[in-house]
Design a protein around this ligand. Structure first.
Ligand code: SAM
Length: 327
């Protein structure tokens, strides 16, 4: 996607619209919302608080209003929604979310950002900031406490060092969700929506596609962030499936099977599975299962669809369960 140059953003904030609407509540909100989206104002607030970026927290703050607008629109946020934002930073996107959603829960790990958020979000009564590590919080409990158990929309410019655990944690812990729209490393977004037989296809593609329908909403270049990341980024929207697209008797076993197939992706599937520590698998039962599914034994995992893995898992899983009982 195109990233507006800094002058483009400045035009938006300094336009007459802002000054003429300043007298009413909406105008004041727009003033706050637009203020953090441009680099000068981000720099000003960082300097005021003498904030130092923490690499270990994956801090790359958004400084482009067109990207922020694109995220809000891809997420389809409306007044009925309760949004969970992971890592609000200085509150740039939080302000946009607060403008559009019914309520926002923002979880930030870095204690140094909390006083900044108190200032930048002071005008928004519908925002709750929680200081903590998203990987350690019980998100179901958050949804219960702050959204009366309503499904949450997750919207975030994610810290890239923990993208996969965050997304898989949301899916696997049965958090009530009505969608996830997140900025991730471009390469990771491509892996999430990859199809069988492509170089990007792997365990992450299968896991994400089991739970949701992924769609890349925008590609975002490094100059839209401060500091600039060394990699390209993308906004991906994950629309949760109402029911899983395949029937699986034992989800855990299917994902173990998928991981085993891709741990040694250059090997033929039977060899990759036999080389794993999965219980109850024998050359014979793998060969029988593949034959039943009319899949050649020479196939590699990267050619199998989610449906293939589900069927294979249902056929092989009974053997694995029997073996567990024998132990
Ligand atoms: N949302 C802001 C923006 O777009 O400008 C900041 C995004 S920055 C890429 C990631 C944010 O996540 C940082 O504020 C960082 O401190 C926070 N963060 C990192 N690890 C976290 C964790 N485990 N739990 C909660 N927040 C985390």
């Amino acid at each position: 996607m195109d990233c507006k140059a800094e002058s483009g953003n400045t035009d938006i904030i300094c336009g007459n619209k802002y000054h003429t609407e300043k007298g009413n509540a909406k105008g004041r909100r727009e003033e706050i919302m637009a203020t953090l989206g441009i680099p000068q104002n981000t720099i000003a607030i960082l300097q005021k608080y003498q904030f130092h970026f923490q690499k270990k927290f994956g801090q790359n703050f958004l400084i482009d209003t067109s990207v922020l607008e694109r995220i809000i629109s891809a997420a389809g946020i409306g007044p009925e929604d309760c949004v969970l934002e992971i890592g609000p930073g200085i509150g740039t996107m939080t302000q946009y979310l607060a403008e559009n959603a019914g309520s926002v829960i923002a979880v930030e790990i870095d204690k140094a950002l909390i006083p900044i958020l108190e200032e930048t979000l002071a005008s928004y009564e519908n925002v709750t900031v929680i200081q903590g590590d998203i990987l350690k919080l019980d998100i179901r409990e958050l949804a219960e406490n702050y959204a009366a158990g309503k499904p949450l929309k997750v919207v975030a410019n994610l810290p890239y060092y923990i993208t996969t655990p965050i997304i898989m944690g949301l899916f696997e812990n049965d958090v009530p969700l009505s969608g996830i729209t997140v900025m991730v490393q471009k390469e990771v977004a491509q892996r999430m929506q990859a199809k069988p037989g492509t170089k990007d296809y792997g365990a992450l593609s299968l896991a994400v596609q089991y739970y949701a329908e992924p769609e890349i909403a925008a590609n975002v270049p490094p100059n839209c962030f401060m500091p600039r990341p060394t990699v390209g980024s993308a906004v991906i929207h994950l629309k949760s499936h109402e029911t899983p697209p395949v029937e699986v008797q034992d989800e855990k076993f299917m994902f173990d099977l998928i991981r085993a197939a891709f741990n040694q992706r250059r090997k033929m599937l039977p060899n990759a599975l036999m080389g794993s520590a999965l219980p109850g698998l024998t050359k014979e039962n793998i060969a029988n299962a593949l034959q039943k599914l009319q899949i050649p034994e020479t196939i590699r995992g990267e050619k199998l669809s989610l449906g293939d893995f589900a069927k294979l898992s249902n056929l092989l899983g009974s053997g694995a369960r029997a073996s567990k009982h024998n132990i």
